[in-house]
Structure formats: structure tokens, C-alpha cells
Design a protein around this ligand. Structure first.
Ligand code: SAH
Length: 232
């Protein structure tokens, strides 16, 4: 089995993962740090991209092209759109779209540019592995559409627009960028998010309160997936 990339956007999202690695090696590259190590016999490369689609694109491409990872697992937090999602709940992306991509002036749908897709689908085998992990650990794992954009959404109106336009269940700022790069390079990918806030008026406050605990829930789940993948 090849190397697995594990990516987050912020330090809090990858610190719980790095803390578990053996033979840790750090490489500085492209104004960032990449952590290579071993988790229960599986080689992994871990990095946080920094926030937003551009940094996420850069880091995903580097994990694949320079560090030769053949799968990518994203771990992080997100704002809930679907009312069934509460703080701390886990959602894996089925499809991912870009809610801030807009050339509708030319008659295209929101989230679409020529030669692109509105929605990019995560790898079904990795989703199956995740379902097995959830079953083994007796955890509830939801599945849905994740909408990505370069905005921290803290508005019920904006959230409702994203729900209606993309049928999205959760929103964040990196997932669709990861999806575009991985799909273009034909690398299977998986995006997991634990809810940190509800993307409404209280989002900023909730985010600060729950970032660490939710990030850890997501990170722990991803580590179990790595273990399961190793044993496949
Ligand atoms: N507090 C941070 C900024 C966090 S931005 C600072 O000041 O540096 C929010 C991050 O969490 C992004 O990486 C995004 O992917 C995710 N996220 C969680 N809730 C979100 C929301 N309501 N809207 C957009 N992104 C959200």
C-alpha cells in the first residue's frame, strides 16, 4: 500500500494526528511544513494547508505530486446546514461543490465553469471503509453534500441560499478544492468534517468554543480509517 495523505486546514485539525505518529520527519516546502511518519505500520504524510480554497489546492497538489501519496483523507470541522447535524456530529462528503463560483451571467448554473463539474464525488470505496469504521466504533456517520467557498458563513440567509442552490448539508472552506485536484490527478479522496457551528449568527462564537473538540473527533475517526486501510 502506498502513502496516505492526511490533510486539514488549520493546526488544530492535524495536531491530534501528528501526536500519534512514529518516525516523524518534517519537511519545509512552499512556505509550509509537511510531516511524514508512520501510523501503526502505515506510511502517512500530514499537513495543514491554511484556510481557504487556494491554500487547499496548493497543499493537495504537493501531497500528491511531491510526496507521492496515492490516497487523500481530509479531516476538519464545518458549519452545519442540515438541521439534523448538531455540533460534534460527523459528516462525510458524498459530493462537493463550490458555492462561491459564479459565472451565471453567461447562463451557467452556480458552481459551474466550462470543463468542470458542479459537484465532484468522493471515492466510494473510501466511503465504504468509513462506514465500516463507524459501525465498528458504534458512531453515527452522516453522508451528504458539502459546499465550499472562501467565506466563513455566519448568516442564516447565506446558509439557506447554499442549501437551496446546492442541496448542501454542511459548508466549509477547503473540501471542493481538494476534490478538484484529486479528481484531476485521479487520486481517490475522502472528506470528513465534524460540525463546529451552525453557520448562523452564533457561528463565530460556537466555532471558537468547539473547534478543538470537533477537530479531535474528526481526527480520531480518520486515524481509525488509516488503520482499517492498512489491514485491507
Ligand atoms: N478562527 C479562524 C478562522 C476560521 S475559518 C482564525 O481566526 O484564524 C473556518 C475554518 O473552519 C475553515 O477552515 C472552514 O473550512 C471551517 N469552517 C467551520 N465552520 C465554518 C463556517 N460556518 N463557514 C465556513 N467555514 C467553516
Amino acid at each position: 500500500m502506498g502513502k496516505i495523505a492526511i490533510m486539514g486546514a488549520m493546526p488544530e485539525e492535524i495536531e491530534p494526528i501528528i501526536a500519534t505518529l512514529h518516525d516523524l520527519r518534517e519537511t519545509e516546502y512552499a512556505a509550509n511544513v509537511y510531516y511524514e511518519g508512520n501510523y501503526k505500520g502505515q506510511e502517512v504524510v500530514v499537513a495543514y494547508s491554511k484556510i481557504g480554497k487556494v491554500f487547499a489546492t496548493l497543499t493537495t497538489a504537493i501531497l500528491i505530486e511531491r510526496f507521492c501519496c496515492d490516497k487523500l483523507l481530509f479531516s476538519g470541522v464545518a458549519g452545519a446546514i442540515n438541521k439534523e447535524l448538531k455540533i460534534g456530529d460527523l459528516i462525510m462528503a458524498d459530493g462537493l461543490c463550490q458555492h462561491d463560483l459564479d459565472i451565471t451571467a453567461f447562463g451557467h448554473p452556480y458552481g459551474f465553469v466550462p470543463e468542470g463539474d458542479v459537484c465532484i464525488w468522493a471515492d466510494s470505496w473510501l466511503k465504504q471503509i468509513a462506514k465500516k469504521v463507524a459501525y465498528d466504533k458504534n458512531l453515527i456517520l452522516k453522508e451528504g453534500i458539502i459546499a465550499t467557498g472562501d467565506q466563513f458563513v455566519a448568516s442564516s440567509e447565506r446558509k439557506e441560499w447554499i442549501r437551496q442552490t446546492f442541496k448542501a448539508d454542511a459548508l466549509e472552506m477547503e473540501g471542493a478544492a481538494v476534490a478538484v485536484v484529486c479528481a484531476s490527478l485521479d487520486v481517490p479522496f475522502f472528506v470528513l468534517r465534524a460540525i463546529s457551528d451552525s453557520a448562523d449568527m452564533d457561528a463565530g462564537f460556537d466555532f471558537d468554543e468547539f473547534l478543538k473538540s470537533s477537530a479531535k473527533l474528526s481526527a480520531n475517526f480518520i486515524l481509525s480509517m488509516v488503520e482499517k486501510l492498512k489491514n485491507q
